[in-house]
Design a protein around this ligand. Structure first.
Ligand SMILES: C[S@@+](CC[C@H](N)C(=O)[O-])C[C@H]1O[C@@H](n2cnc3c(N)ncnc32)[C@H](O)[C@@H]1O
Length: 331
């Protein structure tokens, strides 16, 4: 019963895959800025999605294991939300959906009846997820929507009228800056109704060295994940990045509790982007900012909820209290 829905199936749903023109416009803005940047959502083409799944298995990358532990320890509390009249379990950015898959096993044991909706910008990730759910949970009703959850959430209001529980796991919220977080939460709130619930994963602030290691892994998978975005620009926007001319580094900002990822130019160089018909110059040591991963205190999380139209219901922790899934009610 799993199906992937594209814009041509329903005019209220989103554009399929990345639009090359928008990609080119974003790269133009990012590489022309004083601090060069590439928006983090462009990491997730087929290869980026594969590399991200590899990152989640790295010994240093505690986030996925801690969140899986938090969900396992608290599965009854989460199941309670689905017995409370919730019709739709909606997951934003599931990637391979492994953490939700474990919950889904449990919900099936309990014979809970709900509709599952996976929303991701990566067509490949969703197709694999749809195939997986088809084989593992053949009787589960599933929609897979190819959508950008930053710019397109109106399908929530238009398609899913019954009570919703929205999952936003993996501390993906930490990839937004403060203004983007506020815009995202307010947009989410506007497309939900009073009584709907959300569960958001937050990586908690902790010993900086643990965080540094998680994003600077010894196998360089995180570095490859970042180089991949340059390869993607070469392929899709006809650019000539020399990937070996950059090194990757994740730098932890202890004042703001943010891990900032950079690709740093190893030489003075010019990169031509065919789709933009222009070149961008790099000095030795000049960087491209590729991602932020914010870390939170409980007080930050509570502030985010109340300032954006939600009431905190509870915090679900892993055994080490490295990570929290925070459940909020829409009011
Ligand atoms: C960091 S991964 C997190 C995956 C998973 N939620 C987890 O907990 O491990 C981010 C996922 O969100 C998707 N994604 C990133 N930006 C997106 C956006 N703007 N709209 C929709 N999906 C997005 C990616 O394709 C990827 O599957």
């Amino acid at each position: 019963m799993a199906q992937v829905i594209y814009s041509q199936d329903s005019d209220d749903v989103i554009s399929p895959d990345i639009d090359t023109e928008i990609f080119a416009k974003d790269v133009m803005a990012g590489l022309s800025a004083k601090q060069k940047y590439i928006p983090a959502s462009y990491h997730y083409d087929a290869e980026g999605s594969r590399l991200f799944n590899k990152i989640t298995e790295l010994p240093e990358y505690y986030l996925t294991r801690c969140e899986a532990d938090a969900l396992k320890r608290n599965k009854d509390r989460i199941a309670d939300l689905l017995t409370d009249g919730t019709a739709n379990l909606i997951e934003l950015g599931p990637a391979d959906g492994s953490k939700t898959g474990a919950l889904m096993d449990y919900f099936h044991e309990l014979k809970l009846d709900f509709h599952y909706v996976a929303v991701d910008i990566s067509h490949t990730a969703l197709e694999q997820l749809a195939n997986h759910y088809q084989s593992v949970f053949p009787d589960q009703s599933v929609d897979c929507l190819v959508a950008n959850y930053v710019t397109d959430l109106k399908w929530l209001k238009k398609r899913y009228h019954q009570k919703n529980l929205v999952l936003f796991l993996g501390s993906s919220i930490g990839n937004f800056n403060a203004a983007q977080t506020k815009a995202f939460l307010q947009n989410l709130r506007q497309n939900l109704k009073s009584g709907d619930m959300v569960m958001i994963g937050f990586d908690l602030a902790k010993e900086p060295e643990l965080i540094r290691q998680a994003y600077n892994d010894s196998e360089n998978v995180t570095a490859e994940f970042n180089y991949n975005v340059l390869r993607r620009i070469n392929r899709e926007l006809d650019a000539d990045f020399d990937v070996t001319g950059f090194r990757f580094e994740g730098i932890y900002d202890t004042d703001d509790n943010v891990m900032r990822s950079y690709l740093i130019s190893l030489k003075e160089q010019e990169v031509y982007v065919g789709a933009l018909e222009r070149s961008f110059g790099f000095l030795i040591g000049e960087s491209i900012h590729t991602e932020d991963s914010r870390k939170y205190r409980e007080s930050d999380i509570e502030e985010l909820a109340v300032n954006n139209g939600f009431a905190v219901d509870c915090h679900l922790y892993d055994s080490r209290r490295y990570f929290v899934d925070s459940i909020w009610e829409v009011f």
